[in-house]
Design a binder for this molecule. Structure first.
Ligand SMILES: Nc1ncnc2c1ncn2[C@@H]1O[C@H](COP(=O)(O)OP(=O)(O)OP(=O)(O)O)[C@@H](O)[C@H]1O
Ligand SMILES: [Mg+2]
Length: 339
C-alpha cells in the first residue's frame, strides 16, 4: 500500500508520517519509509541523530544505478540514459517488492531500528539552494516516481512517503502514484486552502484524498475542520504533549502516546487497508503513460534525442501483488488486510 503525507509547511507531515510508520512497525508490518520532502526531516523524526541522517545515501545520487536496475532486459529502453523519471515498466523491466533484497535497497535504503520494530528508510537527499526550481530538484523526487511505478505491493505491506505539498508534486505524476494521500491540515484558513488546492488536482486525476486534522485543540477546532472539509475529514490528531516531549529530545515509547491520538493512527491504518479494495491497476498504468507522454513531449524527447513514447509497452500492467502475511497479524487486522 502506497501512502503519501502532504500538507502545508509545518502542518505536521513529518511528525504524523513518522508516527504512522512507527504504528505500522509496531503491528509487525513491513514498511519502507521514504523522505521526499524538500525539508529532509523524516530520519530524525524516526529517531536518527542528525549525523546518522546526514550519512543516509540519497536516491538522487543513485539515479543511474536505479535506472540500470529497473530497465533490466526491457527491449524498449535501449540504455539507462534514455530512461526519464516517468519511463514506465514494460516486458523485461525489473519490478520491486516491499519485502525483498535488491541492489536498489542495498545502495539506497537503510534499516532504522524503532523500539517497536524496524523499517527501511530511503531519502531523496538534501535539496540545496541551486536545486530548487531546476531539473536537479525534480530528478531527486523523480527517483521516487520511478520506484513507485515499478513497485508491486499488496495489502499488509506499506510504503509511506513524507511529501512536499504544492506545485512541485503536481508537475510530475508523483501525486497520482499513491493508494491514499493523507493531507495534514491544521484548523486554520491556510491549512484549509492547501487542502482545497490539493483537492482540485486530486479530483481531476481520481486521487484518493483524506484529511487528517492536526494540532486540534478544542471542539471548536474540530467543528471548524468538519465544516470546511466535510466527509473528507478522516480523523483529527490533537495538540500533543507527547509530540512536544519528543521534540524536546525525550524518546517516549509509542505505547505512551495519548490514547485518542493513538486511535487516529489506527484510523489511518484502517483507511489505508480499505483503500486496497478501490485500487484500479488499469488507471494506475494509464496515468503512468499519460505523465510519461507529457514529460516526453515537454522535455524528455529533446533531452534524449529520441521519441520516448516508444518506451511504452501497450500490453503491460503491473502484476497483482501476493498479499504479504506477517506473523504478527491479529484477527481484526487480518480482516482489514483482506487476507
Ligand atoms: N500534534 C502535534 N502536537 C504538538 N506539536 C506538533 C504536533 N504536530 C506537529 N507538531 C510540531 O509542529 C512542528 C512542525 O511539525 P512537522 O515538522 O511534522 O511539520 P511538517 O509539515 O513536516 O513541516 P515541513 O513542511 O517543515 O516539513 C514540529 O515542531 C512538531 O513537533
Ligand atoms: Mg516535514
Amino acid at each position: 500500500m502506497k501512502i503519501a503525507f502532504v500538507g502545508k509547511g509545518g502542518s505536521g507531515k513529518t511528525t504524523l508520517s513518522a508516527l504512522f510508520i512507527r504504528h505500522l512497525a509496531a503491528a509487525g508490518r513491513p514498511v519502507i519509509a521514504v523522505d521526499a520532502d524538500i525539508n529532509q526531516h523524516l530520519g530524525p523524526a524516526l529517531g536518527l541523530t542528525d549525523d546518522q541522517a546526514a550519512r543516509l545515501p540519497a536516491l538522487g545520487a543513485h539515479l543511474p544505478q536505479i535506472k540500470e536496475y529497473l530497465r533490466g532486459g526491457n527491449p524498449r529502453i535501449a540504455s539507462a540514459d534514455l530512461m526519464i523519471k516517468t519511463t514506465p515498466p514494460g516486458e523485461g523491466s525489473r519490478l520491486l517488492r516491499i519485502v525483498e533484497e535488491n541492489p536498489i535497497y542495498a545502495a539506497c535504503a537503510r534499516p532504522v531500528a524503532l523500539d517497536e520494530g524496524s523499517v527501511r528508510l530511503m531519502v531523496t537527499g538534501v535539496f540545496t539552494e541551486e536545486d530548487l526550481g531546476v531539473a536537479c530538484y525534480h530528478s531527486k523526487v523523480g527517483a521516487v516516481e520511478l520506484l513507485l511505478n515499478h513497485l508491486v505491493d499488496g495489502p499488509g505491506e506499506y510504503l509511506v512517503t513524507d511529501m512536499t505539498a504544492g506545485s512541485d508534486s503536481f508537475a510530475s505524476g508523483l501525486f497520482t502514484r499513491f493508494d491514499l494521500t493523507f493531507l495534514i491540515a491544521e484548523p486554520t484558513r491556510k491549512g484549509i486552502s492547501v487542502y482545497r488546492q490539493y483537492k482540485e488536482y486530486a479530483r481531476d486525476f481520481g486521487v484518493a484524498l483524506r484529511v487528517v486534522g492536526n494540532k486540534v485543540q478544542s471542539a471548536d477546532d474540530l467543528a471548524y475542520l468538519r465544516r470546511e472539509v466535510g466527509d473528507d475529514l478522516l480523523a483529527a490528531f490533537g495538540h500533543s504533549d507527547w509530540v512536544r516531549r519528543l521534540e524536546q529530545g525525550a524518546e517516549p515509547g509509542l505505547s505512551s502516546l495519548e490514547p485518542d491520538n493513538r486511535a487516529v493512527l489506527g484510523a489511518l491504518q484502517q483507511a489505508t487497508d480499505a483503500a486496497f479494495e478501490t485500487r484500479d491497476p488499469r488507471r494506475y498504468t494509464e496515468q503512468a503513460v499519460h505523465f510519461h507522454l507529457r514529460n516526453a513531449e515537454s522535455w524528455g524527447n529533446a533531452k534524449a534525442g529520441a521519441d520516448l513514447a516508444a518506451q511504452i509497452d501497450p500490453d503491460f500492467t503491473l502484476p497483482p501483488a501476493g498479499a504479504h502475511v506477517p506473523a504478527a497479524l491479529d484477527g481484526t487486522s487480518q480482516a482489514a488486510a483482506g487476507v
